[in-house]
Every structure is written in structure tokens, then in C-alpha cells.
Ligand binder design. Sequence first.
Ligand code: SF4
Ligand code: SF4
Length: 80
Amino acid sequence: MPPVVDKELCTGCLECAEACQCDVYFGSARGEEARVTYPDECWHCNACVFVCPEGAIKLRIPLPMMVLYQERPDTGTRAP
Ligand code: SF4
Ligand code: SF4
């Protein structure tokens, strides 16, 4: 499942967009909530979750991939 951005936490810094190699956040504007433009392009690398300074991104990892991931401690989100 694609990432979900908590708009209450997001500051629009765009660290997520810069980290994403798949243009999932394409078209997001600095200072505004990150936009998940191409959710189907996400391949669950978890880079955006790790770079987000606000812990604003939740990523739902597909069940078959969960064994390969470990949690980011402050968000409970799983990461490679
Ligand atoms: S998990 Fe990876 S591919 Fe998916 S949106 Fe985040 S950085 Fe992009
Ligand atoms: S890195 Fe986090 S705070 Fe920054 S734009 Fe992305 S979701 Fe928002």
C-alpha cells in the first residue's frame, strides 16, 4: 500500500520527495502537505519514512514483504 501523509504533522519540507526514487510525491510544493501523486509507483523502500523529520509518513507494507523490514522506533513504521 502507498504511503499516507499525516497532514497535521507535515511541514512541507519535501525531504520525502527528494528521497523518493519513484516520483511518488511528484508535484508536491514546498510549504504544503506532501502529495502522493503516483501511489502505484511506490515499491516500499521506506526511504521517505526514514527521512521525514516529523514522522508524518505511514507506510503499509504488503504482508509478503514484512519479513524483510524492521521498525523505525519513533513511528512504529517498518523499514528495511
Ligand atoms: S517507500 Fe520508497 S518508493 Fe515508496 S514513496 Fe517512500 S521513498 Fe518512494
Ligand atoms: S518529509 Fe515529512 S514533513 Fe517533509 S514534506 Fe514529506 S511528509 Fe511532510
